[in-house]
Design a protein around this ligand. Structure first.
Ligand SMILES: Nc1ncnc2c1ncn2[C@@H]1O[C@H](COP(=O)(O)OP(=O)(O)O)[C@@H](O)[C@H]1O
Ligand SMILES: [Mg+2]
Length: 322
């Protein structure tokens, strides 16, 4: 099959999440070539006419979409699948609407609440209606992923939310909001269309094993992107909740399926959860095109069911062709 791996365009100052994504695109290309596909790689181009020319030249049967960020924003990565649809091409992963909706976290939370899916309380500026001055919150970007701006200072009491949000907006631009901090376990659950059936993969937990006592237990920017950081070294991905607590696992699996369907996801996705001290699961976010780094959560969950990296990529392509 002729596969075009469409990836991010990097400049020389690429932050680690963009660099990683381009390396992953190359890895995908190499893996699919070894599997006998005719693979080409091309960077995303924001101008439609030039984009269409570049993509059409490769004559792809399928476009492997690795565009996770466009025109400086995660949400605008929806432009890539929108252009591909305009061209009448098939592509892997989420469509434009799923990307735009899930990439706006407060908007996605409104939708989840309306659908009866549990997500932590939240408040948005500039009026911060409903903010409890004494409760703990995490101040997050409304539209950027990759744990942008998430360091130890991101967890604050309600009274300090406006100051933190203003500082983040100055430093990074964009909108910021406050979500009730859930002090509890963290689960990342991968889901895929496998042979025409929606399949929830083994549940991964992020455990904060070697962590300073009063340090917020969050997967912040350093934890995600700097392998040498104390956060990265102090946290591990583990599996086994299905055996340890079948009831909680069943509920997490149900919520993963429901949230996948709610946003019209396609192919594959990952849902991030926290579970509070009383055992209530709360959805933090739904990721339509989660990282496909070979060592990231999605590939790790696939490995648990016996799919190697190449199998995983083929499954994602198959789902896009169904
Ligand atoms: N409400 C919350 N309570 C506790 N931790 C949170 C909360 N929201 C986010 N976090 C922490 O921050 C990380 C990144 O947040 P998330 O909403 O998943 O955004 P991103 O798109 O950057 O992955 C999570 O994996 C979790 O460790
Ligand atoms: Mg996340």
């Amino acid at each position: 099959m002729r596969v075009l791996v469409l990836h991010l365009d990097a400049d020389s100052m690429a932050p680690p999440e963009i660099e990683d994504s381009i390396l992953t695109a190359k890895q995908i290309g190499e893996t699919l070539t070894k599997r006998g596909h005719l693979v080409k790689l091309a960077p995303f181009e924001p101008d439609y006419a030039r984009f269409a020319e570049r993509v059409a030249k490769a004559e792809p049967d399928i476009v492997f979409n690795m565009v996770e960020h466009a025109l400086g924003q995660d949400q605008l990565s929806a432009v890539a699948p929108a252009y591909l649809e305009q061209m009448g091409l098939r592509y892997t992963g989420g469509g434009p609407a799923a990307i735009v909706a899930t990439c706006d976290k407060p908007f996605a939370k409104e939708i989840m609440r309306a659908a009866g899916l549990p997500t932590p309380d939240w408040a948005t500026g500039p009026h911060w209606k409903g903010l409890n001055p004494r409760r703990k919150y995490i101040v997050k970007s409304s539209t950027e992923d990759a744990s942008l701006g998430l360091d130890d200072g991101a967890v604050v009491i309600g009274a300090d939310v406006p100051i933190r949000a203003r500082k983040c907006a100055q430093d990074y631009g964009g909108r910021w909001f406050a979500e009730a901090y859930v002090d509890g376990r963290e689960f990342n659950i991968s889901i895929m269309e496998d042979d025409g059936k929606l399949r929830v993969l083994p549940i991964a937990e992020i455990e904060f094993v070697d962590w300073k006592p009063n340090k917020p237990r969050i997967v912040g920017y350093a934890c995600k992107w700097d392998d040498d950081s104390e956060e990265s070294k102090g946290s591990v991905r583990t599996f086994g909740l299905e055996k340890e607590n079948p009831e909680l696992a069943a509920e997490l699996i149900r919520l993963t399926r429901e949230s996948f369907k709610l946003f019209g996801n396609r192919g594959f996705a990952r849902v991030d959860f926290r579970v509070d001290r009383k055992g209530n699961p709360l959805i933090l976010e739904v990721n339509p095109n989660p990282s496909l780094d070979w060592d990231a959560g999605f590939a790790a969950a696939c490995a648990k069911v016996g799919y190697d990296y190449g199998d995983t990529l083929e499954k994602i392509i198959d789902a896009a062709l169904k």
